[in-house]
Design a protein around this ligand. Structure first.
Ligand SMILES: *Cc1c(COP(=O)(O)O)cnc(C)c1O
Length: 467
């Protein structure tokens, strides 16, 4: 399997190369040269498989010669063995049509664990083959940081430097990062900085030759193809349980960076009978505007109760524009350059029509999120988090044929956002016992000024050079 850049000029790479590279050298994102496809009989044959085995079957066509099927199965067994539910991503049912896919049974209580637990093992596997070192540098507003840290803590040949804006992540989110004491984990709390400041420091480091000549700087955000690939699996798991390949299924996906819902598009390309993909945003609705009117223009970020979707530039949307817009890298490179200069662009007709065959969208405001959390509690006895509430709001409002089940992806455990859940329901969700002593554990974190030079000096002083 070969991976090509959405901007047409970076060299094609194999799976191992695309996993370690993250972003392509022309600024584009890696996508497979073609989509592998399963027949209806092959999908029917996946029914009832344990999750780790289903994962190896669905992902192996993407991995090609980079890993044998047997080795991939060992890695998926190890990654998903750390989940607290035997089914890894179990379904629950709200009513005749509405279902919930629980993606929060991993170690840090958000769906990002599903991909990052595997990515940590893939990094270790590929780096150890040639005894290279990788220095992961990332910025987080909460969920990515804890999931990435948990996934690489103690792994060979990888160090992680995770920047967060001091005082602007929740106590649960901070402790999930800072109580990991492994020597290869470095938490940096940036003083007087916002998430955007932290992100800008990370971007600058990727372009700083003094750093990149000495260190192999890697990324763990969802521009990494391997993360999306791992997320394709739970669409198959849910779809097959609800009757695929013999019955169509729709999915509603709370999204910001378009990573999770792009994985649903990939599942459909691979042969899963997906009736609709509902893209659910909060009031930071660039994706809703792009899909409903073709207007992809960046607004101001408004803080909401669903902070992991408070995003105004949606990195993975580029992958959809490439795939449904004729796979023309040169044209997309020009379109993206225009967007980067003006912070606005109009989708082409081909892109709009291509997206409309599968996607529809909706946005939920603060009231709609609160009412949906209350509906789930009062009618179904389920506590859901505010991100999931955007998805369920959109699912119930989508007008899907009643014969088709609609699955909302539950992206976080309600205990990760207890205040919003309590405000809507009067119930305060408790942390699951497996993370119960979080508030008694020792924390390790370096406070730094929110300035590039201080962060670069810290990383240079602690990281292991590439080879
Ligand atoms: C990251 C995150 C999202 C958004 O996922 P994308 O892949 O960026 O679309 C939604 N909900 C929660 C809880 C998250 O942590």
């Amino acid at each position: 399997m070969e991976y090509i850049s959405t901007r047409g000029s970076a060299p094609a790479l194999d799976f191992e190369g695309a996993t370690l590279a993250g972003l392509a050298s022309d600024g584009g994102l890696y996508v497979p040269r073609e989509w592998p496809r399963f027949s209806a009989d092959e999908i029917a044959g996946m029914a009832g498989l344990p999750y780790a085995e289903l994962a190896a079957k669905v992902m192996h066509p993407f991995v090609g010669a980079s890993l044998t099927y047997e080795r991939l199965l060992e890695l998926t067994t190890q990654a998903y063995g750390r989940f607290s539910h035997k089914a890894v991503t179990p379904l629950s049912q709200f009513d005749e049509q509405q279902w919930l896919l629980e993606l929060f049974h991993g170690p840090t209580l958000a769906f990002k664990d599903v991909a990052l637990q595997l990515l940590g093992l893939l990094f270790e596997e590929f780096l150890s083959r040639s005894d290279r070192n990788l220095t992961i540098v990332g910025a987080t507003s909460g969920d990515t940081g804890s999931a990435a840290i948990d996934a690489v803590a103690g792994r060979a040949n990888v160090d992680i430097y995770m920047l967060h804006p001091k005082g602007r992540v929740s106590d649960v989110q901070r402790r999930q990062m800072t109580t990991v004491l492994a020597p290869n984990v470095h938490n940096l709390a940036l003083e007087n900085a916002s998430f955007d400041d932290a992100q800008a420091i990370v971007k600058r480091m990727f372009n700083d030759r003094a750093m990149t000549d000495r260190f192999a700087i890697g990324a763990v955000n969802s521009i990494n193809w391997a993360r999306l690939m791992a997320q394709v699996v739970y669409y198959f798991a849910a779809g097959i349980q609800l009757g695929a390949p013999h019955r169509e299924v729709a999915f509603s996906v709370p999204t910001g960076n378009f990573g999770d819902v792009f994985a649903g598009h990939v599942a459909a390309r691979m042969g899963l009978p997906v009736a609709r993909l509902i893209v659910a945003t909060n009031v930071n609705d660039i994706l809703h505007r792009a899909l409903s009117s073709g207007d992809y223009s960046q607004g101001q970020v408004t803080p909401t109760a669903a902070p992991s979707m408070d995003i105004q530039v949606s990195s993975n949307f580029e992958r959809l524009l490439f795939d449904v817009g004729g796979r023309d890298g040169k044209a997309l490179a020009a379109q993206m350059a225009d967007f980067e200069a003006t912070r606005a662009m109009q989708l082409t007709n081909a892109q709009r029509e291509g997206a409309a065959t599968l996607f529809q969208s909706a946005r939920a405001d603060a009231d709609e999120m609160r009412q949906t959390i209350r509906w789930a509690w009062e009618n179904c006895g389920e506590l859901i988090d505010p991100h999931t509430a955007c998805g369920l709001f959109a699912a119930r409002d989508a007008g899907i044929d009643p014969a088709i089940p609609v699955v909302t992806l539950a992206t976080a455990h309600p205990a990760k956002f207890p205040e919003a859940v309590e405000r809507a329901t009067g119930q305060r969700p408790g942390l699951p016992t497996r993370v119960g002593d979080l508030f008694d554990r020792e924390e390790k974190c370096a406070d730094l000024p929110g300035e590039y030079d201080a962060v670069a000096a810290f990383v240079a002083g602690h990281a292991t050079p590439k080879a």
